[in-house]
Design a protein around this ligand. Structure first.
Ligand SMILES: Nc1ncnc2c1ncn2[C@@H]1O[C@H](COP(=O)(O)OP(=O)(O)OP(=O)(O)O)[C@@H](O)[C@H]1O
Length: 261
């Protein structure tokens, strides 16, 4: 369903994604884990046509998204870290607008909106304005909306960031149920190891722009001789802080640019 070969992304003289390759099968839940600045979001942005790869190839449901951009966009749904709902509209209106944008026929649209809002336990609140929703409800609505046009693949970039354990748990229960009933391939990133352990069929660990390990949670634990995914993750990526070093590198780069002007 997703095939990535030798994918590279550079920003100026900095390489954020360094020659990565992996495959994700149909119906699989695939988690991308990695410390801050590892290159996860950059990879998702390339997969979802938001960033152009510097080199390498991507195949989504048999299509090259850099060439068949419009067709590829129809095949996937995305939920990013930044909220993208219209707070001044109701839950139903947000869903409906998305359905119109994705050309979901009216009757099917109504049926799917009802099914998805019920699945994500939002049907009772369908006519409430999104601005009155809690963080967990907003996230559930965004994910329900991501499923609306029956995408072959759903991309979730840190979908549970900032949610309480109850909301996280409930969200994954619903995502898993839809993955099973609709056979949607799910590609996700998260910093919560317990979530990846629970929902992902396979996990890729990324660090400094490279994929350093891929496998099931059990395989990663065996490979590192550890007894939890978190321990396996730390064994593979080390325990030094990344965002600090990435930020200071970024700062240095920015200063270098200013001096060049
Ligand atoms: N537009 C850009 N210009 C320059 N550098 C960028 C740009 N976008 C990302 N980067 C850099 O690329 C690296 C990878 O960033 P990315 O956002 O993909 O990491 P991530 O794994 O998603 O991290 P996090 O877990 O913190 O979200 C970082 O060092 C970041 O500063």
């Amino acid at each position: 369903m997703i095939r990535v070969q030798n994918l590279v992304k550079t920003f100026g003289d900095f390489t954020a994604v360094k020659d990565i390759s992996f495959d994700v099968g149909q119906g699989e839940i695939f988690a991308f884990l990695g410390p801050n600045g590892a290159g996860k979001t950059t990879t998702i942005k390339m997969l979802t046509t938001l960033l152009r790869p510097t080199s390498g190839t991507i195949e989504l449901d048999g299509l090259d998204p850099t060439i068949k951009t419009k067709e590829a966009r129809q095949r996937f749904g995305i939920v990013f870290q930044d909220p993208s709902l219209d707070a001044e509209q109701t839950a139903y209106e947000n869903m409906d607008l998305h359905g119109v944008l994705y050309h979901v026929p009216r009757k099917l649209r109504a049926e799917r909106i009802e099914r998805l809002l019920k699945t994500f336990e939002l049907w009772e609140r369908k006519d409430s304005y999104v601005k009155t929703f809690s963080g967990g409800m907003k996230r559930r609505l965004e994910i329900a909306r991501g499923f609306l046009h029956t995408p072959a693949i759903l991309f979730l970039d840190e979908p549970t960031l900032g949610l309480d354990p109850q909301s996280r748990n409930q969200l994954w229960t619903h995502v898993k149920a839809l993955n099973e009933s609709e056979k949607t391939t799910v590609f996700l990133t998260t910093h919560y190891m317990d979530e990846a352990d629970r929902v992902a069929h396979r996990i890729a660990i990324m660090d400094h722009g490279s994929i350093i390990a891929v496998g099931t949670s059990t395989e990663l634990k065996q490979q590192t001789n550890t007894d939890s995914l978190e321990a396996a993750f730390l064994a593979l990526t080390g325990s030094s802080l990344r965002d600090e070093s990435a930020n200071s590198t970024d700062r240095l780069r920015q200063m270098a640019k200013m001096w060049k002007r």
